[in-house]
Design a protein around this ligand. Structure first.
Ligand SMILES: *Cc1c(COP(=O)(O)O)cnc(C)c1O
Length: 322
C-alpha cells in the first residue's frame, strides 16, 4: 500500500546549543526534530501516522473518518484536517456533555475544520472506543462507509510513519545516540524503535495509558517482525505527575526554558513532559555530555491555548518594563 502525502518531508532538524548548555549537555550535543512543522492543520506527529491510516481508509472505500479523543486532542484535530485534505467527512467522539460556550485550542480548530462531534458524556477513555464503534455502526446504517482511526492514530500501520521519521533522523544525524519523545498512545515511540532500535529511544510517559511499554512493544514487534520486549524499552514514568493533561511543574519549567533559550514553544501535555524527561535524564546520567541527542518536537501548540491552568500560570509571568 502506498501512503498519501499530507506534508513536505523531511521536517527540519535544528541545533539547540543554548538549551543544551542550560540542561548540562555540550553545545553540539542537542538537536530538535521539528515534527511540529508538519504542514497540515496546525502540525504535529499525528500527520505522519495519518498518511498511512488515510491511505488505508481510501483503500477500504471509506467516505468518513471516525476517531476519538479529548476536546484538546491533537490527534482528533489532525484527523479532521486529514479528512478535509482527502475529501472525507469526519466525526470525532469526545467525552463531554455538549458544545462549550467558547471553543478554544484544538476544539476551535475542529470547528474551523468542520468536524462533527459526538459528545459521549462522562465515558471513560476505554468506553470511548465502544462509543466510536457504535458511531461507525450508526453511520453504516445511514449508508455511509466509516473508517475507525485508532486512539492516537496508534497501530502498527500508523507507526510506520514514525519508522520513516526514525530513518529521517538517521539521515540528518547519523551519529544520534538518544532520541527523546513523549510517549502517549505509543505509536510514535514504536515507530522510532523500529527504525533506531530500543536502546536509542527514550520515551517519556505522559500518562495517557495505564501501562504503555507493552503497547509500544507490541506495535514495534508487528512492525519489525522481530520480538521487541517491553523490558528492552527505555521508558521514563517520572513525568506523569498527577495525571494525564494536568499541569506538571517540571513540564511547566521545561516549556518556559525551551522557549526562553531557543525561541521554540512546546505544549504543556506532551512535548513539555518530553523536555522535562530529557532534563531529568541528563541530571541522573542516563544521557551524558558528548552523546548526540535529538528531542522530538511532536507538535501540540494549539493545546497550550486550550489549557486553562497553563495559560493562567504562564500568563502570570508576563513582565512589565521598566
Ligand atoms: C499524540 C501526541 C504525542 C504522543 O504520541 P503517541 O504516538 O500517541 O505516543 C506526542 N506529542 C503530541 C503533541 C501529541 O499530540
Amino acid at each position: 500500500m502506498e501512503k498519501v502525502t499530507l506534508s513536505a518531508w523531511p521536517t527540519p532538524m535544528e541545533a539547540a546549543p543554548r538549551l543544551a548548555a542550560r540542561i548540562g549537555l555540550g553545545p553540539d550535543d542537542l538537536w530538535i526534530k521539528r515534527d511540529d512543522l508538519t504542514g497540515l492543520g496546525g502540525g504535529g506527529n499525528k500527520v505522519r501516522k495519518l498518511e498511512w491510516l488515510v491511505a488505508d481508509a481510501l483503500r477500504c472505500g471509506a467516505d468518513t473518518l471516525v476517531t476519538l479523543g479529548g476536546p484538546q486532542s491533537n490527534h482528533a484535530r489532525l484527523t479532521a484536517a486529514a479528512a478535509a485534505r482527502a475529501d472525507l467527512d469526519v466525526v470525532l467522539v469526545m467525552p463531554g456533555t455538549g458544545h462549550p460556550d467558547r471553543a478554544d485550542g484544538n476544539l476551535l480548530l475542529d470547528a474551523v475544520l468542520d468536524a462533527r462531534i459526538v459528545w459521549a458524556g462522562d465515558a471513560a477513555p476505554a468506553e470511548l472506543v465502544g462509543r466510536a464503534e457504535e458511531t461507525c455502526a450508526e453511520l453504516r446504517g445511514r449508508g455511509a462507509t466509516p473508517y475507525l482511526v485508532p486512539f492516537g492514530g496508534s497501530s502498527a500501520l500508523g507507526a510506520r510513519g514514525y519508522r520513516e521519521a526514525g530513518e529521517e533522523i538517521l539521515a540528518q544525524r547519523p551519529d544520534v545516540r538518544h532520541v527523546v519523545t513523549a510517549l502517549g498512545s505509543g505509536g510514535t515511540m514504536a515507530g522510532l524503535v523500529a527504525a533506531l532500535g530500543p536502546e536509542r529511544v527514550l520515551g517519556v510517559d505522559v500518562g495517557a495509558l495505564p501501562d504503555p511499554a507493552p503497547v509500544v512493544a507490541a506495535f514495534a514487534t508487528q512492525l519489525t517482525g522481530r520480538n521487541v520486549t517491553a523490558g528492552a524499552l527505555r521508558c521514563r514514568r517520572d513525568q506523569v505527575g498527577e495525571a494525564y493533561g494536568v499541569l506538571h511543574e517540571p513540564a511547566l519549567a521545561a516549556l518556559t526554558t525551551v522557549a526562553r533559550t531557543e525561541g521554540i514553544v512546546l505544549d504543556p501535555v506532551y512535548t513539555a513532559r518530553a523536555a522535562a524527561g530529557l532534563t531529568a535524564a541528563v541530571r541522573d546520567g542516563d544521557i551524558r555530555p558528548g552523546e548526540p541527542t535529538v528531542l522530538l518536537h511532536s507538535g501540540g501548540l494549539p493545546g497550550l491555548f486550550g489549557h486553562a491552568e497553563a495559560t493562567r500560570r504562564i500568563g502570570r509571568t508576563l513582565r512589565t518594563y521598566p
